[in-house]
Design a protein around this ligand. Sequence first.
Ligand code: SF4
Ligand code: SF4
Length: 648
Amino acid sequence: MNILTTRRISQVFFLILFLWFCLATTLGQRWFQLRGWPVNWIIQLDPLVGLGTLLTTRTLFAGLLWGLATVVLTILLGRFFCGWLCPFGTIHQFVGYLARRKRKIKVKMALNRYQPAQSIKYWILVFLLVMAVAALAADLTRLPRTTPAGFVILLILGLIAVIVMAVRQARLNTARATLAVGIIGSAWLLTSFLFYGDWRPAASLQIGLLDPIPLLYRSINLTLLPLLDHTALATAGSPRLYAGTWLIASLFVAAVLLNLIRPRFYCRFVCPLGALFGVLGRFAIWRIGKSRDECIDCHLCEKNCEGACQPTGQIRLAECVLCLNCIADCHHGLMGYHTAPSAGGEMVSPDLTRRELLTAAVSGAAAIPLLRIGGQPGPNWNPHLVRPPGSLPEDQFLSRCIKCGQCMRICPTNVIHPAGLTAGLEGLWTPVLNFRIGTSGCQHNCIACGNLCPTAAIRPISLTERRGLGPYAKQGPIKIGTAFIDRGRCLPWAMDRPCIVCQENCPVSPKAIFTREVFNDVRILQPLVVKSADNTRIEFQTDVLIAQQFATGDYYCAVPGRSDLQRHQIIANTSHSLTIDAKHPFDQPPAAQKRVSILIRLQQPYVDPALCIGCGVCEHECPVQGKRAIRVTAENESRSRKHALILS
Ligand code: SF4
Ligand code: SF4
């Protein structure tokens, strides 16, 4: 089989596999939605996710070791991931192909010429990695204070390394090198004491914004599949929608449409994962290149070059995505894939000057303090940011979440949504609970999101832990927030309307919502003056009532001045009469000309913060539409002691 056909089959296979995994992520009844599919496998293959989380957390999750396999294969073969596997790359390649299909050969060649702006993706990579490494760098800065012995050992090792290098390379001056180590060590020591106290910038993992794999997961999960959910092709049991996905959809469509300007625009100019592969590609053992220097400069090899890596001249290996089109397009059979360097010459390193590298790194280092200057993950935390159960404390959460949207898609009640600015700019598109949307609140017997999250930003928990049973009985159930009643909107509190919906739906046992009974005077615009009365019926002098308005069983009649205990339940009414329940008749009917009043029996809800787990079922079910009369905020969430309510 032709190698190009093999490559196309591989691309189509991985694209279908990717879409399949997205479909399977939806919990449901269909056969393909059975659990057990390795739906995160393509994320795990992405070494930028592994590297990013390694830098921010200093741990590598077992699944992300797959990324190591991708790295090793890239070092052996070059950027095979971009040309053969990446589903986003396949979409770009296909759209780019459609866009230039009918263009003249010269135009195609011009479109595939290398552009210096292709180095932008390396700036982006450096910027994002420096943001991710900030906490590690800060810890290293503080090393002389926190671990003096470690600092001294590192300094001695550095000194020995310099001396060994100096001895082996006579050109290096031992005295100057030792002085340099001394200066670096002193600066380090000084910095350590300058940043005194608890100052410690946390890392921010923003690679998910632009890394093509989380980006594509997010776009398909939160925009394409919800569109399908409203058709006969629905994969979810009930149609889902996600708050604020217009931005995610717009960026996805823009990224795809940019291929009309240049093929693989995103891969060439933006993709940080491609940039990482470009850096690794310089070590590639097998590479594309000319086998003989007999080129007639026809430039045909550039006609369909997906990476714009100028194979005609000195090939830029960091840009080559291994599409292999040049091999097929060279009529003289000069292009090949081999271990020998290209006969036309090679440029192995990415096109990035030292100044550009430094600018990107400094911008990345400056970004975190700027993003956190408002203290959003710390003291200025946003109580509306209710995270899924099992979520890590906010700064750790931001160090892990890659904004892939997997938790949002698997949530069976559609209660997890991409955050807009609720979590600050840094937390854009991270998961936040929105109890107004979806089919219910966060289910007390569900642990799906934590078990799917590829980076353990939401850690996997068991049902026993979630519900605070067995060994977790002492710590109690996991709380994601607390419900608060808005007495200005609650029907029994503000509008004299009976309602116990929230109390009835509260899923914990004993219920976290309890009620207290009160009897309030019903506001009637005209006085109820008795014309005649017996033990179970009162006639009024005028037509003041609406027929059967007070026949629900919640209304009582009372004679002002008598004791509270003498309330008589109304079972029917006309416009000018009331009928009283015969089981509790008037001992002494009200006399003619006397006024009576009508009372309503209300059960006003209260929340017990010690029992409330913040599941939001009450908020979801509250009949006050729009801004609900009971709302959950993040107070008392288990993940942070600092968010505890004073009283609990
Ligand atoms: S928390 Fe949700 S969006 Fe973030 S990495 Fe985990 S699954 Fe993806
Ligand atoms: S459901 Fe809403 S309106 Fe009804 S009692 Fe609860 S908070 Fe009030």
